[in-house]
Design a protein around this ligand. Structure first.
Ligand SMILES: C[S@@+](CC[C@H](N)C(=O)[O-])C[C@H]1O[C@@H](n2cnc3c(N)ncnc32)[C@H](O)[C@@H]1O
Length: 213
């Protein structure tokens, strides 16, 4: 791995509360992470799931993930576009779907389309785990935009479909989910412990069709 790639990984692990997010994920059979990158988040869930599936369209990152999970047959990694991969998965076939800082790579309309697809493949007792940067915190979001611009456009360490990002307000995402699932928990992680970036964790429990309230 290049020095810059290694540095980027170290910086990401230091500024994103991946351990806190991983500890909030309930145990289960299969976790599917869309936009798994180098597998930093998947690596933190290894003991909680029988099977880990990671999908990312960036081959360089997936190669680094492969090195991380050598001799780990329970981890399956696929180079694919998120929508193309999800289209092949059957309804209600996965117990946990995670999107960790991936949603913002998509246009707002596609973000909601992606969440719809994630809910479709979730089992009735399944959980959708979302880690997002809250678009409702303008100053802090501006800092995230600067960091993303450096990573994606200046140093070209990573790629996304658009090479730019849209951070939707976390409350809006949670309200959208509340109309579709039985329970939604939102945690502003940057309020629990200081973070310069407004990290928000949203966990949605799909349920059988009945909803809170
Ligand atoms: C900020 S990184 C997060 C990586 C990982 N989730 C983590 O927490 O370390 C976002 C990832 O989403 C991937 N991604 C963006 N758009 C995608 C798409 N349309 N299909 C598949 N992966 C995508 C990028 O390649 C990148 O690895």
């Amino acid at each position: 791995m290049s020095v810059i790639g290694l540095l980027q990984e170290r910086v990401r692990a230091a500024i994103v509360p991946l351990d806190v997010v991983a500890s909030a994920v309930p145990r289960g059979r299969e976790l599917l992470e869309i936009g798994c990158g180098e597998g930093l988040f998947l690596a933190r869930l290894a003991t909680k799931f029988e099977r880990l599936t990671g999908v990312d369209f960036d081959e360089r990152k997936l190669d680094r993930a492969r090195q991380r999970f050598v001799d780990r047959p329970e981890v399956a990694l696929h180079v694919a576009d998120a929508f193309a991969y999800l289209a092949q998965r059957a309804d209600a076939s996965v117990c946990t779907v995670a999107l960790v800082d991936t949603l913002s790579s998509f246009e707002p309309r596609d973000q909601l389309r992606l969440l719809d697809e994630a809910l479709r493949v979730l089992a009735p007792d399944g959980r959708l785990v979302l880690k997002v940067i809250d678009g409702a915190a303008p100053l802090k979001t501006a800092l995230s935009t600067v960091l993303s611009t450096l990573i994606y456009r200046v140093f070209r360490l990573s790629r996304s479909a658009r090479q730019r990002f849209t951070y939707l307000p976390a409350d809006e995402l949670a309200s959208w989910l509340r109309r579709r699932v039985v329970a939604v928990e939102l945690r502003a992680l940057h309020r629990e412990r200081f973070h310069p970036v407004p990290h928000v964790l949203i966990i949605a429990r799909k349920g059988q069709g009945e909803r809170d309230g």
